[in-house]
Design a protein around this ligand. Structure first.
Ligand code: FAD
Length: 506
């Protein structure tokens, strides 16, 4: 093993440049998938080189995704909770926002995590090589002047925001999610193109910080793919707060005019596929699309219409790794690509594009390389929208069940009957379980309301363990908690619920 010049990277980890190095496992990309795979492989005794082009480790999630967005959403929640308290006799007045301080806090939160990762890489003797990697042969990767030869490779290069045609991205008032998280300024009138999870989370932040929000979504509901009944409480709140929500509508152009950016709109055609908005699942029954709004002028535009895999420019053609029509790398249940010693994980291999999916795939790939006979075999991967209210679901959705003809029984506990929800001013929520009508085993769950993202963990575990609603209903839950609503929904499924009016006698 030879190494060229050794120097210190920005995060303090050892960096090797020039010459040739060998790795038993090469990991390309240090997002949640890549760093997890690298750390797991090292813990299993393998020599690992981790290649990352960005200054810090952590990928989209830590640097410009999950973590900075949740730091800002935390602040948005504080502001919203303070507003709500006014209805109960507690007024704080309008918030005074020090943008610089807020940016610092978000940056420090991110730096704590990315710095921690650099330290953990060092402790595990994972060698981090900074730079853009490109495969040059079945067992070689070029990173600048360095060649890394490897026995096995794990590709974890993630995804990037999709760009729409006709949008002047060179105008600094037009933002993607990364720009929006920079929080350069708060536009008075903000157009959000894309009513999916990322668009609506960032809309929540800018709304709390004072922007007037308009959302345009090409599909016929906000958060396409999520069950409509879970989205409904959010839709109601946003309809009250936002300047406009235009469904089945597309933006046809954005142009700079005096006083802002002028957006023009058109109706989405009835037969149009909603995939441009990152949508998945059914669009449901289509009525005629509504008339599009008149052109409007905005101070800022956020484009959040989905993400595409970073699979070009990796040199996949040199190694015979197959990609599908959308650029996702095809893998089997052990994360192997069509070239057996090369694995791929995370956003690069397809939806759901979520950090926790990437980490599990990363662990599986590392373990398979280390000789373990494992594969990723999960019953559900939770999705969470950290909006206000939050929405979370795991396993089967009703949308999916209707599409695929899966039989299910639906058990709902409305939060208006939950003491804790009442005491927390969170009665708009609900907890829904979808169960097998013959066995009462859990097939899926959806929750809308405060902390839904935390609450979905219990149905997630129940689903993975294959338990039935009797197991959940008989598990004693603390009172008064929102987690109780999971057990109460299970009681609805069991017909033993006493916290709701009795079922009508036949
Ligand atoms: P990434 O995190 O994209 O990492 C890939 C890494 O590879 C990057 O660091 C990139 O620089 C590097 N790379 C790419 N090409 C090369 C190359 N040729 N050479 C060297 N390095 C390369 N998910 C959640 O689960 N929860 C959330 O709350 C959440 N919030 C989000 C909010 C926003 C605004 C966004 C944009 C995304 C959010 N996501 C969230 C999605 C989540 O960030 C991704 O699913 C996750 O980061 C994917 O991990 P990954 O390891 O596959 O790839």
């Amino acid at each position: 093993m030879s190494a060229g010049e050794r120097s210190r990277g920005a995060a303090g980890e050892a960096v090797e440049r020039g010459g040739e190095i060998h790795a038993q496992v090469l990991v390309l990309g240090a997002g949640p998938g890549g760093y997890t795979a690298a750390f797991r492989a090292a813990d299993l005794g393998l020599e690992v080189v981790l290649v990352e082009r960005h200054e810090t480790l952590g990928g989209v999630c830590l640097n410009v995704g999950c973590i900075p967005s949740k730091a800002l959403l935390h602040v948005a929640k504080v502001i919203a909770d303070a507003e709500r308290a006014a209805a109960h006799g507690i007024s704080f007045g309008p918030p005074r926002i020090e943008l610089g301080q807020l940016r610092d806090w978000k940056r420090e939160t991110v730096e704590k995590l990315t710095g921690g990762l650099a330290g953990m890489a060092k402790l595990r003797r994972v060698r981090v090589l900074r730079g853009e990697g490109q495969l040059t042969g079945p067992h070689t990767l070029a990173v600048g002047e360095t060649t890394v030869s490897f026995d096995h490779a794990i590709l974890a290069t993630g995804s990037r925001a999709i760009r729409l045609p006709g949008i002047p991205y060179e105008d600094t008032r037009v933002m993607d999610s990364t720009d929006a998280l920079e929080l350069e300024e708060i536009p008075e009138r903000l157009l959000v193109i894309g009513g999916g999870i990322i668009g609506l989370e960032l809309a929540t932040v800018y709304d709390a910080l004072g922007s007037r929000i308009t959302v345009v979504e090409i599909a016929e509901q906000l958060m396409p793919g999520c069950d409509p009944d879970l989205v409904e409480p959010l839709r109601r709140r946003l309809t009250d707060r936002y300047a406009g929500i235009h469904l089945r509508t597309r933006v046809t152009s954005i142009e700079a005019v005096e006083g802002g950016l002028r957006a023009s709109f058109a109706s989405a055609d009835a037969g149009e596929d909603a995939s441009a908005s990152g949508a998945y699942g059914a669009r449901g029954e289509s009525a005629a699309a509504p008339s599009p709004p008149q052109p409007q002028v905005f101070d800022g535009v956020l484009v959040a219409v989905g993400r595409a895999p970073n699979s070009q420019s990796l040199g996949l053609e040199h190694v015979g790794v197959a990609v599908d029509g959308r650029g996702f790398v095809a893998v089997d249940s052990q994360q192997r690509t069509s070239t057996r010693h090369i694995y791929a994980i995370g956003d690069l291999v397809g939806p759901p594009m979520l950090a926790h999916k990437a980490t599990h795939e990363g662990k599986a790939a590392a373990e398979v390389i280390a000789g373990e006979d494992v594969e990723l075999d999960v019953r559900g991967i939770p999705s969470v929208a950290y909006t206000d209210p939050e929405i979370a679901w795991v396993g089967l959705t009703e949308t999916e069940a209707k599409l695929t003809g899966v039989e299910y029984k639906r058990a709902v506990f409305p939060w208006s009957a939950s003491g804790r929800a009442l005491a927390s001013d969170a009665t708009e929520g609900m907890t829904k379980l979808l169960v097998d009508p013959d066995t009462n085993r859990l097939l899926g769950a959806g929750i809308v309301g405060a902390n839904a993202g935390e609450l979905i963990a219990e149905p997630g575990l129940a689903l993975e363990l294959g338990v039935d609603t009797q197991d959940v209903a008989l598990t004693v839950h603390a009172h008064p908690t929102l987690s109780e609503t999971v057990a109460l929904a299970a009681e609805v499924a069991e017909g033993t619920i006493t916290d709701l009016p009795p079922a009508r006698r036949r």
